[in-house]
Design a protein around this ligand. Structure first.
Ligand SMILES: [Fe+2]
Ligand SMILES: [Fe+2]
Length: 261
C-alpha cells in the first residue's frame, strides 16, 4: 500500500467509524465556508467537498429508490411465480441498501431533504422511463430498465470508481462491497429471466432495442451532467461509457438478443 493511502487511511477510517467527526468536518464547511474536506482532495482522501460527497451519495440513494420501486411493482406483474418471489426478495434488499445509505448520510449530518436537488436530470429520467413501462404492464421493458441498465450502471460505478476511497478505508470498502454483491445478483437474475422469457416467446426484440435506446440516451446524459462527481470517484467519462455499453450488451447477448446502442 502506498504511503499516500496509508496516511489517508489514518484519517478516513476513523472518520467513517466516528460519524461525529465527519459531521464536524462538514459543519465547519457550512459555517465558515472554508472547505476543509477540499483541502484533502488532492490526496483523494474523500470526495472533494461536503457538497460533492452529498451529490455523489444522492445518486446512489436515487438509484436505490428506482430499484426499490421497480422490484416491488414488477413482482406484481411478472409472468411467473419464480420471478415474483425473487423480485420481492430483491425489493427487501433494495430497502436495506436505501436504509444503509440514508443512515450514513444522517450520521454525517447531510440532510436528505436536499438530496433530490442534487440528482442529475437524466438520472431522474431513468425512474420515470421505467415507471412508464410498469404502468403499461411491460414487465420485459421494466426488467431491462432496472435489472440491466440502472443496476448495471451501479456495478460499473462501484467497480471502476471509489478505488482511492476503497484503498483509503476498510470501512468504506465493506460498505460498498455489501451493496455490490447484491447488485451483481440482481443483474444476473435480470439476464437469466430475459433469456427464459425470450425462449418462451415473451420478448419482442424490437421493443427491447427501442427501450434500451431510450435508457442508453439517459446514461449518456447522466455522464455528461455529473463530470465533477465522476472525477471525485476517479472515473474517466469515456471509459465509463465504454465499460457500461459493453456490460449491458453482454447481458443481452447472454439472453440471446442481438441488441446494441
Ligand atoms: Fe440496490
Ligand atoms: Fe439492486
Amino acid at each position: 500500500m502506498s504511503f499516500k493511502n496509508r496516511l489517508a487511511k489514518m484519517i478516513v477510517d476513523p472518520a467513517f467509524r466516528n460519524p461525529g467527526l465527519m459531521k464536524v468536518i462538514f459543519a465547519i464547511d457550512d459555517v465558515t465556508g472554508v472547505d476543509l474536506v477540499k483541502t484533502l482532495a488532492p490526496f483523494k482522501l474523500m470526495p472533494a467537498s461536503a457538497e460533492l460527497f452529498q451529490r455523489s451519495f444522492a445518486h446512489f440513494v436515487s438509484g436505490e429508490e428506482i430499484s426499490l420501486a421497480c422490484a416491488t411493482q414488477l413482482s406484481a406483474i411478472a409472468p411467473d411465480r419464480a420471478s415474483s418471489g425473487y423480485l420481492l426478495i430483491q425489493a427487501g434488499e433494495e430497502q436495506t441498501h436505501l436504509d444503509h445509505f440514508r443512515h450514513k448520510l444522517d450520521q454525517f449530518g447531510l440532510g436528505e431533504a436536499k438530496l433530490s436537488k442534487f440528482v442529475a436530470p437524466s438520472f431522474k429520467r431513468f425512474g420515470e422511463a421505467i415507471q412508464r413501462r410498469i404502468d403499461c404492464g411491460d414487465y420485459v421493458g421494466a426488467l431491462v430498465g432496472n435489472n440491466v441498465v440502472v443496476e448495471g450502471l451501479a456495478i460499473c460505478l462501484l467497480e471502476m470508481g471509489c478505488k482511492d476511497l476503497r484503498a483509503n478505508s476498510d470501512e468504506v470498502s465493506k460498505f460498498l462491497d455489501f451493496v455490490l454483491e447484491d447488485e451483481l445478483h440482481h443483474v444476473r437474475f435480470g439476464e437469466r429471466r430475459l433469456k427464459i422469457w425470450n425462449e418462451r416467446g415473451l420478448v419482442r426484440e424490437r421493443d427491447v432495442a427501442d427501450f434500451y435506446g431510450e435508457m442508453w440516451a439517459n446514461v449518456v446524459g447522466v455522464v455528461a451532467e455529473i463530470p465533477d462527481v465522476l472525477d471525485s470517484m476517479t472515473i474517466e467519462p469515456a471509459a465509463l461509457l465504454a465499460e457500461a455499453k459493453a456490460f449491458f450488451e453482454a447481458r443481452f447477448t447472454a439472453a440471446g438478443l442481438a441488441i446494441a446502442a
